[in-house]
Structures are given as structure tokens and as C-alpha cells.
Write a protein that binds this ligand. Structure first.
Ligand SMILES: O=C1O[C@H](COP(=O)(O)O)[C@@H](O)[C@H](O)[C@H]1O
Length: 267
């Protein structure tokens, strides 16, 4: 069962989220010498940056051991305002002691049309899957990449990565990365990790804050029968999943245990 942490405000959420990231990172590096991370876009990078780009945050994590991939990406040029790569670089990774080569973007040469609207998303997804194959198991065939940490936002419609409610891609069980051409949230062309890959990670963290997420958060947590994408990650990931939300977002949750403090021993 996923753990739900709710904090007084976004500031306290960011403080605990940073503690969680530090611990998960240290454990991964102790286990296999690196930390393989998948990250999404939206409001998440800013919340991570608050504590992690400080001098203390820079020193508390072995950033040189991180390899960063995208949980989802929009089929746009890397400097486009909709690019999750651009957002994460600007908000977070360019401010950390990391080499840019540690962050693995989509293959920009496959973006077609000025705004990416003519891109073949299957080709883009397949190319990104090859990046994962290469980075996770060089020269080796693996059934699933195991991310040490997947960091996700929650869309106000209950989507995560670029897996949208009711979409057929929620049933994908073979591919690691898939293309989507009909995202209900623009831009319509994207690529995304699939549910089995997200659920296979060692740790999965969701971040959601503010009144705008309140109703959907309640439905995700309390109405699993709706089968919303975030709920499916909760079900697949079970106790590996932690939610970091603020009290504004969790206010309507009455039938699920809410923890008010992060307990690092339980992670
Ligand atoms: O389109 C996307 O939206 C989600 C949620 O974003 P938020 O701004 O509501 O936090 C994000 O997680 C995903 O990466 C992005 O492509």
C-alpha cells in the first residue's frame, strides 16, 4: 500500500521530499555505485530544486553518480518551452554539480516540424528505449530496467508520465517506452515510460500540491475502482510508492492513513 505524506505547506513538502531523495540516492549508490532516476516535468522540478540546489543539497547527494532519464517527454525541440528536458535542466540539473551528459534527453534529430508536430512518436519512443537498454545493461538483454527512483507529478486529470485516464497505452505490457499522438493535454505528441516500467522501480515518489489537485487526489487515493493512471501506479508499485502532498491537496481525504511527518526508517 502506498504511503501518503501530507505537509502543512509546499515549503515543508519540499524539505521532506529532499530528505527522501537524499536517502534513496545514498542507498542506490551504496548498492550499485550509481543512482538511475526517471523524472517528469510540470511543477515537480521546482519543488525538488527548493532544497536540492542549496549548498547543503549539493553536498548531501553524490550528484556525479546520477543518471537521469525522462518519465515522459513532449515531442518538441529540446529548447522548446514545452520540453521537460529544458524545464528540468533550467530549474534543477544545470544548478547541480553534474555533467550535462548525465541527463539523457530524447533524440532531437527525430523531432520533425518546427514545433515537433510532424514527429513519428513511435520512432522517437523506440530510440529512447534504446538509450535505456544501453544505459541499464550495456551489451546485455534485460527484461526490465529497474530505476532506483521515479519522480512523478500528478496531473489534475489524474495522469502521470504521459499516461492519461482511459487511454489504451495504460494496457501496454511489453514496451518500455511508447509514443502517444493524442495526448489530451497539449502538446499532443509525446513519449512516455509504460506502467510496468514505472511499477518495477525500486522507489516511486509522487508530488502534488495545491487546491487544484484536491479532488483528483481524493479520487486517486480513495476510489481505486476508477483505475486512474496514478492509482494504477499505486497498485503496481505498492509499498514502494510514497506520495508527497500538501494539506491543501489532501484536505478531502478521510478514508486513508495520512502521515504528517516523513519517517526515513520506513522508506
Ligand atoms: O504534461 C505533464 O503534466 C504532468 C503534471 O504536471 P503538473 O504541472 O500538474 O505537476 C507532468 O508530471 C508530466 O511530466 C508532464 O508531461
Amino acid at each position: 500500500m502506498a504511503t501518503l505524506y501530507s505537509f502543512k505547506n509546499k515549503n515543508e513538502l519540499s524539505v521532506s521530499l529532499a530528505e527522501y531523495v537524499k536517502k534513496v540516492s545514498a542507498e542506490a549508490i551504496a548498492r550499485h555505485g550509481k543512482c538511475m532516476v526517471a523524472i517528469s516535468g510540470g511543477s515537480l522540478p521546482k519543488m525538488l530544486a527548493q532544497e536540492l540546489i542549496t549548498e547543503e543539497g549539493k553536498a548531501a547527494v553524490e550528484w556525479s553518480k546520477w543518471e537521469v532519464f525522462f518519465a515522459d517527454e513532449r515531442a518538441v525541440p529540446l529548447d522548446h518551452e514545452d520540453s521537460n528536458y529544458r524545464l528540468n535542466m533550467e530549474e534543477l540539473f544545470s544548478k547541480l554539480p553534474m555533467d550535462p551528459s548525465q541527463v539523457h534527453p530524447i533524440d532531437a534529430s527525430l523531432i520533425s516540424g518546427e514545433d515537433g508536430s510532424e514527429t513519428d512518436t513511435t520512432e522517437l519512443a523506440d530510440a529512447y528505449e534504446k538509450v535505456l537498454v544501453k544505459c541499464f545493461a550495456p551489451g546485455d538483454a534485460v527484461r526490465h530496467p529497474t530505476f532506483d527512483l521515479v519522480l512523478l507529478g500528478m496531473g489534475p486529470d489524474g495522469h502521470c508520465c504521459s499516461l492519461f485516464p482511459g487511454h489504451e497505452l495504460l494496457r501496454e505490457s511489453v514496451a518500455w517506452v511508447v509514443g502517444i499522438d493524442d495526448s489530451p493535454k497539449p502538446p499532443s505528441k509525446r513519449i512516455t515510460l509504460t506502467l510496468p516500467i514505472v511499477g518495477h522501480a525500486n522507489k516511486i515518489a509522487f508530488v502534488a500540491a495545491g487546491e487544484g489537485k484536491r479532488d483528483m487526489l481524493r479520487r486517486i487515493i480513495e476510489n481505486p475502482e476508477e483505475g486512474l493512471p496514478c492509482t494504477l501506479v499505486n497498485i503496481t508499485g505498492g509499498e514502494k510508492v510514497s506520495w508527497f502532498v500538501d494539506d491543501e491537496a489532501s484536505q478531502d481525504i478521510t478514508h486513508y492513513p495520512i502521515r504528517k511527518e516523513l519517517n526515513l526508517a520506513n522508506i
